[in-house]
Design a protein around this ligand. Structure first.
Ligand SMILES: Cc1cc2nc3c(=O)[nH]c(=O)nc-3n(C[C@H](O)[C@H](O)[C@H](O)COP(=O)(O)OP(=O)(O)OC[C@H]3O[C@@H](n4cnc5c(N)ncnc54)[C@H](O)[C@@H]3O)c2cc1C
Length: 396
């Protein structure tokens, strides 16, 4: 069986490796648009801040892939699938035949449609090449503006500051990482980042990026003008669905797939951030890898179904431990809060079960809360649970 995996991000690479290991006699070809070997996208933040070299980002060498039974073609963008002929057409016009094709084209960073958003020096951070561009500008120091105070924006800001830039973060909401943190945890985090030298404007509305040949300043609705040699746009992502669309596959917000990862064509599967599985988009690496495993099982003819789990996220490079899991500040839940020194912990409960948690400062209990949320176990003493696993005696 000829299996073509399109996109060599974490989902595509995992799927190619698992399929090669599972389907006897499979010829697996992994085609990725990026010129690099498969690398750890999540670790780009650590690379930007200077904790990891570019070499250390690489997850698989050509020899690793070959030994696992996967042929790799970097720099190969697939433009269209001919669903009838079962062929993929590359940007260079080459036709690659397949029996099964897995689309794992991921997402791209969204660029706000502002005047000046296309100027050189404005980078919508997503991949290794963009990280290199950011590092190149950062080499000469000077002011940088990060638009977006979500997880990615804060990691960009901390990274650029560590590289010697004077960084201002502009965030549209009143506290950072509002999807993962409640107001109190977000405020603690913002204060800590300010104490470390970042300037943070919240809420802030950006109206334009100014500059003649390249970005020079960011203009706010308030009229304030913030100088910027580099503008990092970190305002969310959009699934890469163009390939699926031009090929005639069903696309909603992402490429429509069922829980076994089948798209509207029986020979094509979709996984990772490009896929909308049973109506659900994902934005984290763990579920993307789970979907890769399911697709490999589906291709191998095994019955496998992807079941979404409670999501969790951690800020990696801020020097401050921040973690959140499950539902954050949901309307119909009771909150229990614990503050001790620099640490803050808030847990949300519904019908005696933990449904969400935010940890700031001390995140040592993150694994425990994640398991508690995922298991849905009833807990009698919320106060004990707030103290941590060692204090909880009554989990049923
Ligand atoms: C800096 C950074 C930090 C992050 N930190 C975290 C974190 O801490 N925790 C977490 O869970 N997630 C994090 N994420 C998100 C995580 O990286 C994604 O969830 C994950 O990469 C999704 O994997 P994917 O394989 O679906 O898509 P992607 O990683 O986007 O990979 C898709 C690949 O397909 C290629 N491609 C696209 N179109 C085509 C085409 N037509 N032909 C061939 N190839 C194509 C792309 O070039 C890309 O290489 C972070 C992301 C970034 C950028």
């Amino acid at each position: 069986m000829r299996i073509l995996v399109v996109g060599a991000g974490p989902a595509g690479t995992r799927c190619a490796l698992r399929t090669a290991g599972r389907v006897p006699g499979a010829q697996v070809l992994l085609a990725g648009a990026e010129p690099a070997l498969p690398y750890d996208r999540v670790a780009l933040s650590k690379h930007l801040v200077g904790d990891l070299t570019q070499e250390a980002l690489i997850t698989h060498t050509l020899a690793d892939l070959r030994a696992a039974g996967v042929s790799y073609r970097p720099g190969t963008r697939i433009e269209r699938l001919d669903l009838t002929a079962r062929e993929a057409i590359t940007a260079r016009g080459e036709r690659i035949p397949y029996d099964r094709c897995v689309i794992a084209t991921g997402s791209r960073s969204f660029r706000l449609p502002l005047p000046g958003a296309d100027l050189p020096g404005v980078i919508a951070w997503r991949d290794l090449a963009e990280s290199r561009q950011m590092l190149q500008v950062a080499r000469d120091g000077g002011p940088a503006v990060v638009i977006g105070g979500g997880l990615l924006g804060l990691e960009a800001a901390v990274g650029l500051a560590a590289r010697g830039m004077k960084v201002t973060v502009l965030h549209a909401v009143g506290w950072p990482m509002e999807r993962q943190l409640d107001y109190d945890a977000g405020t603690l985090l913002a204060n800590r980042l300010r104490a470390r030298g970042l300037t943070i404007h919240m809420p802030a509305a950006t109206v334009a990026i100014e500059g003649k040949e390249r970005a020079e300043a960011v203009l706010l609705k308030s009229g304030e003008r913030i100088p910027a040699r580099l503008v990092a746009m970190c305002v969310g992502v959009r699934p890469n669905v163009d390939l699926a669309k031009v090929s005639g596959l069903e696309v909603a917000r992402g490429i429509v797939a069922d829980a076994a990862m089948h798209t509207s064509d029986p020979n094509v599967l979709a996984i990772g951030e490009c896929a909308e599985v049973e109506g659900r988009l994902i934005g984290l690496v763990a579920p993307a890898l789970e979907q890769a495993e399911i697709a490999a099982a589906t291709i191998a003819g095994e019955a496998a179904i992807w079941a979404p789990r409670a999501e969790s996220a951690a800020l990696k490079v801020s020097g401050t431990h921040v973690w959140s899991g499950g539902e954050v500040a949901p309307a119909n839940a009771e909150a229990v809060t614990l503050r001790a020194g620099e640490s803050y912990r808030r847990l949300w409960w519904r019908e005696g079960r933990l449904v969400g948690a935010v940890l700031y400062g001390d995140t040592s209990e993150a694994g425990f809360y994640q398991i508690l949320i995922a298991s849905g176990r009833p807990v009698a003493s919320r106060a004990d649970a707030a103290l941590g696993q060692a204090y909880l005696k009554d989990a049923a």
